[in-house]
Structure formats: C-alpha cells, structure tokens
Write a protein that binds this ligand. Structure first.
Ligand code: F6P
Length: 329
C-alpha cells in the first residue's frame, strides 16, 4: 500500500528559468490546499545535502508569480551525482519527514531525480523548468516562452542597426544541444536564417540565403545561431569568421545574448503553464503517481516517465524549418 504523503519537499535545480517561482507557488498552494506540509529546499540538491530546509506556508510564495529567477535559488550540484551525496540527501529527507519531492529543472536535474528514485523509495515528480525546451514528452518547458520573447526583443533592436549599416549579424542564443530557441526566435523576428544542431544548414547554405537576400535587394541579414557545437564546430564567431574569410564583401558582426536570456519577468504563457504544472504535480502525487515528469501536449497535462523525458531526443518540427526557409526569402 502507498504511504500517505503528508510533507512535500520542493526544489529548483540547474539553470534558472522564468516561471520557476510561479511553479513553486503552485506546488506550495496546492499542497497547502490539501493540508500537506511544504518544505522549500534551498539551492537545489545541494540544499538537500546541506539540510537547507525552510518551512513554507501559503504566504511564503506571495508576490512571487511575476518574478524571474527562483526564490529557492538553484545550483548545479556535483555531489548529488555521487552515491554518497544521494545517501546523505536521503537521510536528511527522512530526518526532516519529507515524504515526496517535486523537482523543478531541466535535463540534468531530472537525471539526478531518476538516479535518486532508483536507489531510494521516494515518490518524485519532475516539472520541466528550462529555457532550452529540450525535454521529451512536453510541447513546452517552463521558461522557454519567456526566453523566446526576450530574444525576439533583442533581435528587433539589433535589426535596426544591422539595417542601418547593411550588415550581417550572427546572434548566438542558448539552448545547450537543442535548436528550439534559435529556430523559433528566427521565425518570430523575421530573420534570414537559423543555424541549429538538428538541421543540416552549414555555411554554404548560409551563403545561399545571403545571396538570395541580396537578389531580393536585402542589404542586411540576421542569422540566429544556436550555441550547440557539432563535431567541435559552431557558435556565432565561427560562422562570422568564415564569412569574413570566404565572403569578404559582407560586413559581419557577432552578438552573444548570453545569460540575459534567462532573466526577466516570466511571460503570461509561462506563468499559466507553471501554475498548471505545479498544481498537476500535487494532484499526481495524490493519485499515486511517482517518478513522472508533468508535461503539456496539445494543451492537456500529461504524465511522462522521467526516464523517457531525459533519454529521448525531442525532435524539432520540420515544418518550422520550411517556414523559415520560405518566409526569409
Ligand atoms: O540549460 C539552461 C542553460 O541556460 C543552457 O541554455 C546553457 O547552455 C546553460 O544553461 C548555461 O549554464 P550556466 O548558467 O551554468 O553557464
């Protein structure tokens, strides 16, 4: 028989993402609604090892839904990747009376959750919290939409100067090994091309885009470049250097957007997504679910085994590539 869950631990782990606070709020308020105790664990898995526990009430999460970052702070915790680290974490959880965990984070964080759940008998629910949108089984992750909007806002500004100077800008965006941010921000900003790890685009195809642009009397171009490297090559500087060498007639510049993509107020979409997912995490625990990630598919909440969410490559919709190719002419 399933143990009754009376105390939930919640943590955020890995890179922060806008909407994480909305998720913490939803987990806390839904758990309190069901008269469960909530313990906020500071600094991700590191806080589990260091016993950085804070008792959360409904008011602990007041005035947080609109804030970027994470009120629980976050970390990438190497110690949790060792059996000794996980043992210490488990013992601290038992001592604090934590019966179940809600982990909000990306691929690495859910990989840690999966290891933990295999070794110890703890129900864990994962919430996909990452700007990268690279978790399988969910159409969107918490933070992705906000980051996309931030990128598009920056690209619109760069477009003004690119256009004034007749320059080609290579704008590098995050995404780790996935090209969702680059591809979709390229479509949304009317860019001329996106270079993503999932695509076969190389610099020669890029030259074709530029040529085509020139023929259509486009004097400037914006190319969104995913930070991912393929066979050790990639990144905005790499492509800009090649353009400078192979097509010196073009005036190329590079902008690396960096961590500003992760900050800022969450979009309405992310706030709603995080609220639905945080609510669903507690409902899932009450239904006896364990070791699943909450996902969203066609606007419906779904449960995805964590093992699948982290192992399977999330494919990029090929239609998005066609849309950009055609519309950027
Ligand atoms: O996973 C989120 C992410 O922002 C990636 O897009 C990026 O590659 C990485 O984290 C950067 O990590 P850090 O903030 O530790 O440098």
């Amino acid at each position: 028989m399933e143990r009754k869950i009376s105390t939930i631990g919640v943590l955020t782990s890995g890179g922060d993402a806008p909407g994480m606070n909305a998720a913490i709020r939803a987990v806390t308020r839904t758990a309190r609604y069901h008269e469960m105790n909530v313990i906020g664990i500071m600094r991700g898995y590191q806080g589990l090892i260091d016993k950085e526990f804070v008792k959360f009430t409904s008011s602990s999460v007041s005035n947080t839904i609109q804030r970027g970052g994470t009120i629980l702070k976050t970390a990438r915790c190497g110690a949790f990747m060792t059996p000794e680290g996980r043992k210490a974490a488990y013992e601290n959880m038992v001592e604090a009376g934590i019966d179940a965990l809600v982990v909000i984070g990306g691929n690495g964080s859910l990989t840690g959750a999966q290891l933990f759940a295999r070794e110890y008998d703890i129900p864990i629910i994962g919430l996909p919290g990452t700007i990268d949108n690279d978790l399988y089984g969910t159409d969107s992750t918490i933070g992705y939409d906000s980051a996309l909007n931030t990128i598009v806002d920056c690209v619109d500004k760069i477009r003004d100067t690119a256009n004034s100077h007749d320059r080609i800008f290579f704008i590098e965006v995050m995404g780790r090994d996935a090209g969702f941010l680059a591809q979709n921000s390229a479509i949304a900003s009317g860019a001329e091309a996106a270079i993503i790890p999932e695509g076969s685009t190389d610099v020669d195809q890029l030259a074709e885009f530029i040529d085509r642009g020139k023929r259509k009397s486009k004097n400037s171009a914006i190319v969104l470049v995913s930070e991912a490297q393929k066979n050790g090559v990639g990144g905005a500087f790499y492509y800009a250097d090649r353009i400078k060498k192979e097509f010196p007639q073009f005036d190329a510049r590079v902008t690396i957007l960096g961590h500003l993509q992760r900050g800022g107020t969450p979009s309405a979409y992310d706030r709603i997504l995080a609220s639905r997912m945080g609510y669903a995490a507690i409902e899932a625990l009450l239904e006896g679910q364990r070791n699943v990630m909450i996902g969203i598919k066609n606007d419906e909440i779904v449960y995805v085994p964590i093992s699948r969410a982290i192992k399977m490559d999330k494919p990029i919709n090929q239609e998005l590539i066609a849309v950009l190719n055609v519309l950027s002419m």
